[in-house]
Structure formats: C-alpha cells, structure tokens
Write a protein that binds this ligand. Sequence first.
Ligand code: ZN
Length: 146
Amino acid sequence: MADTSALYQEILLDHNRRPRNYGPLVGATCVERGVNPLCGDELTLWLRMDGDIITEAQFEGSGCAISRASASMMTGAVKGKTRAEAEVLVERFRGLVTGHGGAEELAESMGGLRVFAGVARLPQRVKCAVLAWHTLHSALAGGEKP
Ligand code: ZN
C-alpha cells in the first residue's frame, strides 16, 4: 500500500500548496470561523446559500497541511449539496478520519476525500482534518451574517 499512501500524500500536499476555493467569498450569506488550538489551525469559511442549497463555499486560513487540504477539498465537495446532504458528508468524514463506521464503504462513497482515511492512524491529526467540517457544521447550524 506504500504507493497509494504516497499518492494520497501528494494530493494532500497539492491542496495545501494550491488550495481550491480560497479567499473571501463575494455575496456570502454566512461566515463562520474555526480554530483548532491543539495545532494552531485557523480558518474562516464563507457559504452562499440559495434556499437549502450551498451554491458556493470558500475559505481562508492558516495552519498545517492537513487542515488546509481538508478545507480545500471540503469546500469543493459541498458545492451544490443541500444542507442535509452536507451534514451527511460531515458525519461520514468524521467516521472516515476516526476509523469508525466502515471506513472502506465511506471512502468508496466519498471519492477524493478518501485520501484522509490515513488520518485515522494519526489520532493527533484528527482535529486538524475535521476542523473545516466542524466549521461547516456550525455554519449550517446558523453561522453569523457577514
Ligand atoms: Zn493542524
């Protein structure tokens, strides 16, 4: 499995170097900030909601490669999803990185996000990986207006 790990690592590093959906979102309907004090990761997440659908998601933040790559991929994954679909992804991602709830099956349904499955073997990095997703959850639960 060494080859797969190397590939996954490369994907993570690429998202860290060139994060997607990066920068303040013009016309955002909510904004939420997240902090992981254990590692020093910080991020701001902007969403534009059209009724129940997340039409745009962007973030800005500083922190470790895992937290930035996670935010980069999360914002891409939730665009076009309904609030309920996004909440399901939050739960699945949490299951994936904590190694609970059938990681194989979860990874299968999550496409590119499966690169984070390896985090389950790095318990001290789980909070880095889930930061963006916790922030998304808070935003959906009623984030501040920008
Ligand atoms: Zn971190």
